[in-house]
Design a protein around this ligand. Structure first.
Ligand SMILES: O=P(O)(O)OC[C@H]1O[C@H](O[C@H]2O[C@H](CO)[C@@H](O)[C@H](O)[C@H]2O)[C@H](O)[C@@H](O)[C@@H]1O
Length: 495
């Protein structure tokens, strides 16, 4: 482009901005096909004063991002277009303001910089996914070695997932019908004895770290002497204590109502699917539905979500093999474990390092960060090098397990812990039940613990994925039945 051409483009842009800012009450974009339609964005950007209304063809690419504030029309439908013009011209100032505000936030936050960052982040996600695909299937959990090392250690930590780790397999013959009826997660009946024994061992700390809500964990594990970490670790309690929150500060939950609405819509239209509302995430689950239909519905649902509720929200969408989960950015098991560990060490007044960690779960990809948290070295295949969107606002990979010197109530207010918040849990899952009344999460002790909290000597760490072969875990087990059998062996081996 020569100087003259550059100047003409500049003049044209200035003219567009001036024109859009001063004159129109309404912009009517009726393209029959359109890649994006930049004019719509320019129009929105210029409406700070006039709050003009955008009528936008549903065939324009911009409809996906500005659809929430614009009036969307099918340009072939002349009556609809005419109606929308009337609607726009007679719209109340409040409605104009609300619609404008929604789109203005989108235009001003989705900048070129943001686009570039998202692009790189998604590229990284793709690399990680590809690496996971080609990653070798990890070997089976070496049970004998895991038991031998367990017996030799003196301060052990067992981190157990719940769903599909400690529950009965869905496909157990004769059990499927029951599961469909109840849709509720239930502890595998074969586990009670082993769990009781493991939990009552003074050298062992057991944590159930689950995406489930507090109520589900209370119901299934309330009688054991263990730690419960609900909602991917956002809520924590010792079973004889009260729930506390480990939630990062400023967790944005404004998206919840609109996503709920879409989930309810799809639940009604997908037989045997169900929707699990939690406090920090929402899950639409189609594991009992027709899988093919469920997948089609999930795809359709995601399109709805991206064009509507997600357009301005800072959320992570985690697609499971039979579920769609939406969480605020920053809600992962790996992000929470640091804070959980801090609380455990503090509460137990530990004076010796944890010398054995077993971490077993059927965790979603985003939660696999809990496996890598305890790795003494970051993976050398580059998996740890990518900073993905899910990590935004959390630790960078190189900080992934920095806290071997863990923490005190006071040291936890350092740079990393400044994201966590000691506060009373905001909502009581069982209203009216005094046993669940929310408690103060952290004792404000000034005492400092400056020894290494973890001393796993490399080999005293067993991360194990259940029913998954594409994983960052070191080992795998086929199903929760195998978990039951292993935990039973572990419990029986202890003196
Ligand atoms: O957090 P947990 O209690 O240990 O459970 C692990 C996850 O279970 C659920 O996801 C799993 O089942 C889904 C179908 O029901 C499947 O789509 C997904 O791939 C599985 O990982 C649950 O939806 C997650 O929130 C749990 O974290």
């Amino acid at each position: 482009m020569n100087t003259e051409e550059t100047w003409s483009v500049f003049q044209l842009m200035s003219f567009t901005v001036m024109f859009f800012s001063l004159f129109p009450d309404v912009a009517l974009v009726t393209s029959l096909r359109d890649g994006m339609n930049l004019v719509s964005y320019e129009f929105v950007a210029c409406q700070d004063l006039k709050k003009g209304v955008l009528i936008l063809s549903e065939f324009a690419g911009a409809a996906q991002s500005l659809g929430a504030g614009a009036i969307l029309v099918n340009p072939w439908n002349i009556t609809e277009v005419a109606d929308s013009i009337r609607q726009a011209l007679t719209m109340t100032p409040e409605e104009r303001e609300k619609r404008h505000q929604h789109n203005f936030v989108h235009v001003t936050t989705h900048t070129a910089q943001e686009w570039a960052e998202t692009f790189v982040s998604e590229l990284n996600d793709t690399v990680i996914e590809a690496q996971l695909r080609t990653r070798q299937v990890p070997p089976s959990l070496p049970e004998d070695d895991a038991i031998r090392r367990y017996l030799r250690s003196t301060n052990r930590l067992l981190i157990l997932g719940f769903n599909a780790t400690l529950t009965e397999p869905v496909d157990t013959p004769g059990k499927r019908g029951d599961q469909i009826k109840e849709m509720e997660l239930k502890l595998h009946p074969g586990l009670q004895e082993a769990l009781t024994a493991l939990c009552s061992d003074r050298k062992t700390t057991v944590v159930v770290l689950s995406g489930s809500d507090r109520k589900a964990l209370d119901k299934n594990f309330g009688e054991y002497d263990m730690w419960l970490a609900a909602e991917h670790g956002m809520f924590l309690r010792l079973t004889n204590g009260e729930w506390m929150t480990t939630m990062p500060e400023h967790l944005n939950m404004e998206w919840v109502d609109s996503v709920k609405h879409v989930f309810e819509y799809f639940t009604e239209r997908t037989p045997r699917s169900h929707f699990e509302p939690r406090e920090t995430s929402l899950v639409w689950n189609y594991k009992y539905a027709d899988v093919e239909f469920g997948r089609l519905q999930a795809r359709d649902m995601l399109q709805h979500l991206w064009t509507g509720p997600f357009s301005n929200a800072s959320v992570d969408v985690v697609q499971g093999s039979r579920s769609v989960e939406v969480r605020s950015v920053g809600v992962t098991k790996g992000a929470a474990i640091d804070r959980i560990l801090g609380e455990i060490v503090h509460s137990k007044s530990m004076t010796a390092p944890i010398d054995y960690v077993l971490c077993v779960g059927h965790f979603l990809g985003k939660d696999e960060d809990v496996y890598t948290f305890f790795e003494p070295e970051l993976p050398s295949d580059g998996l740890g090098a990518a900073r993905t969107k899910q990590n935004d606002g959390q630790k960078s990979p190189n900080e992934r397990r920095p806290s071997t010197k863990l923490p005190t109530a006071s040291s936890r207010s350092g740079p990393k812990s400044s994201q966590s918040k000691a506060q009373r849990a905001s909502t009581n899952p069982e209203k009216g039940n005094p046993n669940h009344s929310c408690g103060n999460s952290r004792r404000a002790s000034a005492e400092k613990i400056s020894w290494n909290v973890l001393d796993l000597k490399g080999d005293n760490y067993f991360s194990c994925a259940v029913g998954r072969t594409r994983t960052h875990a070191r080992y795998q087990l086929g199903s929760s039945d195998e978990v039951v059998s292993f935990l039973t062996r572990l419990a029986n081996a202890s003196p």
